[in-house]
Write a protein that binds this ligand. Structure first.
Ligand code: THU
Length: 158
């Protein structure tokens, strides 16, 4: 008989009054980046910000294409930029905020499968976890201490 394997993940839900100053800054920078998204096809604006270990913060957003599959998510466009330019500076925290273009409130987004695998790649590369802050539509932050909480069965060896 097959043996059941249960995997437990653990995330934090943080109410706005409990956000740290850095969490406020990163979410606000991700929201600002979402406003600059190039998303004329989905009209779904996604912004991301990342804190590097040297204190620098960078922003990115989704960049779509008329040939739909060519588009790139906010998380991947941002991480490709920062790691490509600062390969020796570890990313510590990644924040994500998303909304429909005409939406009144923010939409809850967790990174897609490709972005999870990309974040996993940089955790392997730097040998340390990257915290992920996801703005929830109810105004809280869902916080994962590592991509392992979102991608327990990552592909990481061949
Ligand atoms: N998108 C992101 O940028 N990040 C995510 O985590 C989910 C989806 C983008 C891709 C596409 O431009 C739009 O959102 C709709 O799927």
């Amino acid at each position: 008989m097959a043996k059941k394997i249960n995997v437990q993940v653990s995330l934090d839900l943080i109410e706005p009054q409990d956000w740290s100053e850095m969490e406020k800054e990163l979410i606000s920078r991700a929201k600002a980046a979402a406003e600059r998204a190039h998303a004329p096809y989905s009209n779904f604006l996604v912004g991301a910000s990342v804190l590097l270990e040297n204190g620098a913060i960078f922003e990115g957003n989704n960049q779509e294409n008329v040939s739909f599959p060519v588009g790139v998510c906010a998380e991947r466009s941002l991480l490709s930029f920062v790691v490509g330019n600062f390969p020796n500076v570890r990313p510590l925290k990644l924040a994500i905020a998303a909304k429909k273009r005409e939406g009144a409130s923010y939409a809850f987004v967790t990174p897609c499968g490709s972005c999870r695998q990309t974040i996993n790649e940089y955790e392997i590369m730097f040998g340390k976890p990257i915290e992920i802050l996801m703005l929830h539509e109810n105004g809280s932050i869902l916080r994962a201490s590592s991509i392992k909480e979102l991608l327990p069965f990552s592909f990481d060896s061949f």
